[in-house]
Write a protein of this length. Sequence first.
Length: 388
Amino acid sequence: MTDGHLFNNISLGGRVGNNPGQFRLYSGGLAWKKQGGGKTIEVDKADIISVTWMKIPRSYQLSVGTKEGIRYVFKGFREQDVSNLTNFIQKNTGTTPEEKQLSVSGHNWGAVDINGNMLSFNVGSKEAFEVSLSDVSQTQLQGKTDVVLEFHVDDTTGANEKDSLMDLSFHVPTSNTQFLGDEERPSAHIFWQKILAIADVGSSEEAVVSLEGIAILTPRGRYTVELHMSFLRLQGQANDFKIQYSSILRLFVLPKSNNPHTFVVITLDPPIRKGQTLYPHIVIQFVTENVVEKELSLSEEVLAEKYKDRLQSSYNGLEHEVFSKILRGLSGAKVTRPSTFRSCQDGYAVKSSLKAEDGLLYPLEKGFFFLPKPPTLILHEEVCFLHF
């Protein structure tokens, strides 16, 4: 390509494992798209503030830091790619890529570097490991010298994920000079406060809002739906799912044709797992005319500082609208509604069947969605041909 570089089989690093996809670096920035569809990442060149290369086992890793304090990690580059991409990045973004070395000494003592939402542990001038502070659910100060980080554990999982980081402990002696403290607030306390200021450690006990007796078609059952600050919880008689907002790709609000119900679909990547079955879409069915009034369990300070114009202190309206607005505000996910299409009965969808299942096919702006079972999203860009 004349306007940049395109690579396949580049993995996105993160808590959900290594997801392979297509990586594109062009004059306007960079983009990554998961293989087979799903999660996408786009970064404008004006938002890039740092770029780092690191040699890791079997490949090279590219880390990109943004103005928002987010760092994206891409793995799978070859040695010959490094010089070409370094020159391209420097020419088009004005940022000079740096090179980091990976520590393989096995030493468990060193220095901590907090940059944006990333915490890296360095042994000398080399990096031993790094974790995203946005994945931290709780942090505790134990005694005067120990700080424990607990990480989000939910029911979404990558297809090849076998292990998950649960917690991480740091010993910060009182003689530490990086986090200077005193008798009342030792160094570990200073480090703990710095983590608190960045990590998403809102109370996991109290929900921001909850809805009871909600009918979910996939996975089937009636659930109490709890919306917390960093995750969504579905509590049923036989199942209990916890879903991080970072796993939510998009929300769909789709009224049923000539029917008093409305679908709200939560699309996930990675999906939730129940036994050996993966559910990439949660299909919720609301009674269209049902009206609710909800107060959010958030202080005015939290609303103003963290959510600004995304959330209100209270909501009064149709249940499916109240739910989708609050979930959008908490998760930041985009909401898709029916396009301009109307059927001959003036509905938003047409009756159809997928294999042996009858349902509704919704023509949307960028794809088709078949509901309710099996929920199937077909993007226009994935369509090769049409046959009538």
